[in-house]
Structures are given as structure tokens and as C-alpha cells.
Write a protein that binds this ligand. Structure first.
Ligand SMILES: C[S@@+](CC[C@H](N)C(=O)[O-])C[C@H]1O[C@@H](n2cnc3c(N)ncnc32)[C@H](O)[C@@H]1O
Length: 393
């Protein structure tokens, strides 16, 4: 492997400091050793994309900048548009990244691996996380699956060059990888809206399944399930993290293209509840509403060209059969006009979800948990598994 150089060593020291600060405590010595000895830059491609606007940064043209990004505590995008060019698909969006190191080490800490554990990772990406795990556990114990053939090949090459024995499988991680099961730990590094039953089935009793979680309403949090040995798993949500959604659970819906039709005649009503309460700054409210409305997504339309409408919140089901719009005129803070179409009154359901959350004392995401039953049903709960959260479908 190429030497990291003085600049790289400084950057590595800076990274360790930043990760420890973000974690609020020094990382465990074996993870610090892994961080030092599995250099992140060795897993990054020549061309990466950085910042909100996904600015291109290439190692050849800007080696110093590229190295700084490799050792910054931020995500570095390593593939856009599933490998298609922006010219082919129109706009640029991230389809793979090396996750922010503090998130990587927080998840590794939560995974609580022990010597001899067998681990399955879904979402190989660059291969860095699999490399860190293989460094800690040794050869032959880490399997990682990547859906994208080019990324899988690239990661396998990096792992081999660094000399780490993790098995890279190319395929759809939603099915797990039965050939190397059972696993003591299954960790996803792409987010899910539903935990595939295979991940629970392929985990040994007492084992852990750790996944970044999102609802169509809100992308937030990690879910750490313990597998019960009877076909189910249960556990709490933990704060933060926002990963890209697992392919296969992605939806690509646009309100005017896919949902609202000229022929629809919506029901009109008014509400005193501000749409900003359920879809605004309050993450805890959004998380709780999303948990109760597992098939409802929402989007803001701020520059409405409708006269008298200053802001509009759209809600719609993921099957595009129901929608609602909640309009504010920018003047009356407690009066909004509601339009609802379809068999479900989506704003009525959102209001009920918000009311339930307020009535429960406005609990934060970390007080919620989820049980995956042997049938694959998802049962959210508050504080204890028997205190079910109402699910509105
Ligand atoms: C945030 S990146 C993973 C970062 C990675 N663990 C690392 O260390 O660089 C998410 C990855 O999940 C992959 N992915 C998405 N859907 C998948 C699926 N169904 N099966 C396997 N991998 C998937 C994406 O292609 C992407 O590479």
C-alpha cells in the first residue's frame, strides 16, 4: 500500500480527534487501531464529489484537497446517479458514499462485536467499513454485499490491496446472504423503511441487526434489534444518521407527475394545526408522525403560484391513491385550508398522529422501539414492546 505521507498523518490525527469529539469519548483502542491501520484514503476512488452541491474533486487535479476530504469527518460521495452520467439522467444525486467516520465508528461501537463473531454488512460501498470490521475480527468472518457491480469490484480490489480478508458478494442485500449464515451481527449501511425478514432469519439468537431507519415521512435514526430466536427481533431507535435508501425500497414519486390529476375533486376543510408542526423543524414530531403513517410521504411547495397560497404542504400515500394539501396564506397563523382526495383523509390522519404524540408527552425518537414479528410485521412501540404506537393505514 502506498505510504500516507506527513500530510496524511496530520490529517489522520485530526480525524481521530474529530471522531472522538463527536462520539463524546475516545473510541475503543481496537477501533482506533483499525482507523489508523485501514487508511480511509485507500478506499476512495480517484474522483469523488463533495459538499451540498456535489462538487467534483479529483485526486489527479487536486491531490491535497482530495486527501483533506479523505480524512475529514464528513461523508464523501463516491458514486453519483447509480454510475450513470449526469447527461444521461439530467441531475446529479449521490448513490454511494464513504459515510462520515464518526457515524461509522458510532455504528461499529453499537454493533458490539466480540472475537469470533460473524458479521454481514449490507451496502459495501467503498469497502472501508468492511475493512475496519475485518481488521478487528480477522479473516473469514466478515461478508459484505453490494448491489452495484462496479462498486463491489472496486471495494474487493481495495480490500485485497490492503490485505484484509472480507468476502465481497455482489447482489441484492435485501435477501441477505444465506450461504455464510448464521451471523452474530448484521449491519446495513443503507437505510431501510422495512427490515427484510431474511436479515432476522439469518441472525443467530441473541444476535444484533443494526440498520439506519427512515419512514417515507422522515429520514432519521438507527434501529438496533436483538434477535429473539423465535423468528422475531425487537429493539430501540437511536438518534441521528441519514443514509441513502436501499435500492428496492426507493420510491420516485412527484406530486404533479404521479399523484394529483385534473379530474380529482378534493374535499375542502380548514385546520388550526400548522402544517409546520408535523413537517417542520421539530424532528421528534416528524419521527413520531412518520412511525404512525408508514406509507405516507410529504413535500413542501413553498413557491406556490396559486393566488392567496404562501406555502403548501403536500401529503400522499406511497401508492399514490390518496393525497392532501394544506395551504397557508402567510397571514393567519392558526387557520389553514385543507384539500383531501382519496379513500383516506390524510391530513385528518396526520393530525391524529400529532395529537397522539403530544398526548404521550412529546417523546423523543430514542423512547421509541420496533418489533419485527416472525411474520415480518413491524410493530412500533413507546418505551416497552407492549405499549404499541397506533399505526394509521
Ligand atoms: C452509504 S453507502 C455504504 C458505505 C460503505 N459501507 C462504506 O464503508 O463505504 C450505501 C451503499 O449501499 C448500497 N446499496 C443500496 N441498496 C443495496 C442493496 N439492495 N443491496 C446491497 N447494497 C445496496 C449502495 O450501492 C451503496 O454503495
Amino acid at each position: 500500500m502506498e505510504p500516507i505521507g506527513a500530510e496524511g498523518r496530520d490529517a489522520m490525527r485530526g480525524l481521530l480527534g474529530a471522531v472522538n469529539e463527536s462520539l463524546g469519548a475516545p473510541m475503543a483502542p481496537p477501533w482506533e487501531a483499525a482507523c489508523r491501520e485501514v487508511p480511509r484514503h485507500a478506499f476512495l476512488p480517484e474522483k469523488v464529489w463533495v459538499g451540498e452541491d456535489l462538487k467534483e474533486c479529483s485526486r489527479g487535479a487536486a491531490p491535497g484537497e482530495w486527501l483533506r476530504h479523505a480524512y475529514a469527518d464528513t461523508a464523501v460521495v463516491t458514486q453519483v446517479n447509480d454510475g450513470q452520467t449526469a447527461a444521461e439522467v439530467g441531475e446529479r444525486w449521490a448513490s454511494c458514499s464513504a459515510s462520515a467516520p464518526s457515524v461509522v465508528f458510532r455504528m461499529l461501537d453499537m454493533l458490539d462485536v466480540r472475537p469470533g463473531h460473524r458479521v454481514l454488512e449490507i451496502g459495501t460501498g467503498t469497502g472501508w467499513n468492511a475493512g475496519l470490521l475485518a481488521h478487528r475480527l480477522g479473516p473469514g468472518l466478515v461478508t459484505t454485499i453490494e448491489v452495484d457491480p462496479a462498486l463491489a469490484a472496486q471495494a474487493a480490489g481495495c480490500l485485497e490491496r490492503v490485505g484484509l480478508g472480507a468476502e465481497v458478494v455482489q447482489g441484492d442485500g435485501a435477501r441477505g446472504h444465506a450461504a455464510s449464515a448464521p451471523y452474530d451481527r448484521v449491519v446495513a449501511t443503507c437505510s431501510v423503511r422495512a427490515v427484510p425478514p431474511e436479515w432476522v432469519a439469518q441472525t443467530a439468537p441473541g444476535g444484533v441487526v443494526l440498520v439506519p431507519w427512515e419512514s417515507p415521512w422522515f429520514c432519521y435514526g438507527l434501529l438496533r434489534l436483538t434477535v429473539d430466536g423465535y423468528g422475531g427481533a425487537s429493539g430501540f431507535f437511536f438518534p441521528h444518521s441519514a443514509f441513502m435508501l436501499m435500492r428496492g425500497q426507493r420510491t420516485d414519486l412527484r406530486i404533479y407527475r404521479d399523484v394529483v390529476r385534473d379530474s380529482h375533486v378534493p374535499v375542502e376543510s380548514t385546520t388550526r394545526l400548522s402544517p409546520g408542526s408535523v413537517a417542520g423543524e421539530d424532528w421528534a414530531a416528524q419521527f413520531a408522525v412518520g412511525l404512525q403513517l408508514p406509507d405516507v410521504w410529504r413535500t413542501w411547495h413553498d413557491d406556490s403560484d396559486v393566488e392567496g397560497v404562501a406555502s403548501r404542504l403536500w401529503l400522499a400515500t406511497t401508492d399514490a391513491t390518496c393525497w392532501a394539501a394544506v395551504d397557508g396564506d402567510g397571514r393567519a397563523p392558526h387557520r389553514f385550508t385543507v384539500w383531501e382526495h382519496g379513500p383516506r383523509r390524510l391530513w385528518v390522519q396526520a393530525e391524529a398522529a400529532y395529537g397522539w404524540w403530544r398526548g404521550a408527552g412529546s417523546p423523543g425518537p430514542e423512547r421509541f422501539g420496533l418489533t419485527v414479528t416472525p411474520d415480518g410485521d413491524h410493530v412500533p412501540w413507546l418505551d416497552t414492546p407492549d405499549n404499541h404506537v397506533p399505526v394509521r393505514t
